[in-house]
Design a protein around this ligand. Structure first.
Ligand code: HEM
Length: 579
């Protein structure tokens, strides 16, 4: 017994010494890059740490700061948005390395360094950790190198001026339906959970443009959702809505478990089977009708992806003549997923910030009057109207939303060979092979030396919970010399893997804002209790509600893959004159 205990202790001691030795060696390797370098007990991508950090993080924060700084704020991935540029300010550098026993991580919020890392051929996406996205087959997000190029060609084939026009028209149509739904709602134009509606709105727009399948707001009653059709297959929209809302479960659950006699699992399994059937039918009919569809200028995104994937993927350096069927379905679905949460959450923050800042809302409405005049919404167009809106206060508003509430906190890459980069002072660095690189977008877009903060006292800031919303100032974009500030933040990524859906998202959000605000205004709901608490003074009650919402725009923002609003802020839609 004693012998066993001694052996176990010896093995543990050897493992600990080996780990310490590796940690020390990693530190030496990290330091050779020439950036400030620090020890970290955990590595950003360690599964066990990813799994427990949300729960254990707040407790570790209570340990003495000398134990947890500077590594902890970097290691808490889902708090990066909350802490912004602070961890970099504390270290006094916009780039640093953390050495852990399991490997090294470079952290940067320096736009120049991020640009080089995003574009270097020796810095790749760690696609292995994204394999959970492969519901059907490998897709654009889960492959690298030549294989990725074939997928990318298929997906980007779908993004062109015709698609943007379709996105514009569908966003206008869906927003008219959304306003009607809000007005007809039993709460009488009051919306308590904006993000619920905007996520659905994003899905409707994507469905219209991606699949040429228009989803109507009115048909979404719960009764209809639970009513299978005669042939036992639910409608396309029901299958799509169920799969998108339960995609997390689908990704982590082995397919066989979705057939177990458990109601929730079976429902999801059936929706997935039905959606697969629909997507496969659409793919097959596009291939069958390929000659006719190719000749059309307006194609659905799905048709473009299928045609490019089937007939065009091997045009240049791809080893394949065509992409496998499952991969084409994978590309279509990943495009939908990549566009859904990002656009839906951005739109939710847009609406809430419009309600908090009525003065900006009025400026946007004046601009809409100038650009769109008296034309009916079916006379607006992406080609004619989008560029003017993008250049004006409407575009500035969206840029500022994306600066402060970008759904993506960071981009992650991995060096596969020593990689030379130059920092902003012209000094050269070599990032060692096998280094994880995190381009921290949240920190870059909150760096106060690039984005001056609003001029309010520290006391007022504290009272408003240091909310991001305090520094919301769209006008900062208006006098910008074209491109200068854009290079300092990258909501849609940088380099060869940057977002192919950027223009799609911007067009659909801008069309949505235009449709919402041309004839209506959005305002915060001031409840009876607040009015009573302010002795019936409506202005003071409004001010208090506004301050509460600014705090909520900090305290109730959560990050789980996407930065999103979790709490509910009631807003109402009213005819424009009633401000
Ligand atoms: C506000 C909205 C959006 C934001 C902030 C956003 C952001 C991003 C970012 C940062 C990346 C790059 C990730 C990386 O470098 O690893 C990306 C990739 C991607 N996005 Fe978006 N996106 C948005 C909307 C959309 C839309 C509407 C679509 C499609 C309709 C879309 C499709 C994609 C796809 C397919 C990729 C993968 C590209 C590749 O790996 O080559 N995104 N997006």
């Amino acid at each position: 017994m004693l012998y066993l205990a001694l052996s176990a202790t010896t093995v543990i001691a050897i493992l600990v010494v080996h780990r310490l030795f590796t940690w020390q060696r990693n530190f030496g390797v990290a330091k050779s890059a020439g950036f400030p370098t620090f020890y970290s007990p955990v590595h950003t991508q360690e599964i066990w740490w990813l799994a427990i950090q949300g729960w254990i993080g707040p407790y570790i924060e209570r340990l003495p700061r000398t134990w947890t700084r500077p590594w902890l704020p970097f290691a808490r991935l889902w708090r990066l948005w909350h802490v912004g540029h602070e961890p970099f300010s504390e270290v006094g550098s916009d780039t640093l390395l953390l050495a852990s026993p399991s490997g090294n991580t470079l952290w940067t919020c320096d736009a120049m360094i991020a640009k080089q890392l995003y574009s270097s051929p020796t810095v790749q996406t760690p696609v292995e950790s994204l394999k959970f996205l492969n519901i059907w087959g490998p897709s654009i997000s889960t492959v690298e190198g030549q294989e990725w190029r074939a997928h990318r060609r298929a997906v980007t084939n779908g993004f062109n001026s015709f698609t943007y026009e379709m996105a514009w028209e569908e966003a206008v149509f869906q927003t008219i339906g959304l306003v009607e739904s809000w007005k007809n709602d039993e709460n009488n134009s009051m919306v308590s959970n904006v993000q619920h509606w905007t996520l659905r709105h994003a899905l409707h727009v994507l469905s219209g443009v991606l699949f040429n399948q228009r989803i109507m707001w009115q048909t979404e009653s719960r009764k209809e959702m639970n009513q299978p059709r005669g042939n036992d297959r639910q409608s396309f929209s029901n299958a799509l809505i169920t799969v998108v809302s339960r995609v997390g479960l689908i990704m982590v659950t082995p397919r066989i478990l979705l057939r177990l006699p458990v109601k929730g699992l079976q429902q999801v399994g059936q929706a997935l089977a039905d959606l697969t059937f629909y997507l496969e039918s659409m793919r097959a009919s596009t291939v069958k009708e390929s000659e006719i569809i190719m000749a059309q200028s307006r194609k659905s995104l799905l048709e473009s992806i299928v045609l490019a994937g089937e007939f065009d993927a091997g045009n240049s350096d791809s080893p394949h003549n065509s992409l496998p069927k499952d991969s084409i379905l994978g590309d279509i679905f990943v495009t939908l997923l990549a566009g859904h949460d990002t656009t839906g959450n951005t739109l939710a923050f847009t609406i809430l910030l419009l309600a908090v800042y009525p003065e900006h809302q009025e400026s946007i409405q004046a601009e809409l009057d100038e650009i769109l005049g008296d034309r009916a919404s079916d006379q607006w167009s992406c080609e004619k109207d989008y560029p003017s809106l993008e250049q004006g206060i409407t575009g500035a508003f969206l840029k500022e939303v994306l600066r402060l509430y970008c759904p993506i906190e960071f981009g992650i890459r991995h060096t596969v060979a020593p990689t030379q980069i130059t920092d902003s002072s012209g000094k050269q660095h070599t990032i060692p092979s096998n280094t994880t690189c995190v381009m921290n977008l949240s920190a870059a877009s909150q760096n106060p030396s690039i984005w001056p903060r609003s001029n309010i006292s520290d006391d007022s800031r504290r009272k408003l919970h240091n909310s991001h919303a305090i520094d919301f100032n769209p006008k900062r974009w208006l006098n910008e010399v074209k491109g200068t500030k854009h290079q300092m933040f990258w909501p849609f990524g940088k380099g060869y893997r940057k977002c192919p859906g950027r223009r799609f998202a911007q067009v659909s959000i801008m069309a949505t804002i235009a449709t919402l605000l041309k004839n209506h205004s959005i305002r915060l709901v001031v409840d009876e209790k607040t009015i009573l608490a302010h002795g019936g003074n409506a202005d003071q009650a409004h001010m208090a509600t506004r301050e509460k919402t600014i705090c909520q725009l900090e305290d109730e923002v959560e990050v789980y893959l996407n930065v999103s609003m979790k709490g509910s802020v009631p807003v109402e839609i009213v005819p424009r004159t009633q401000f």
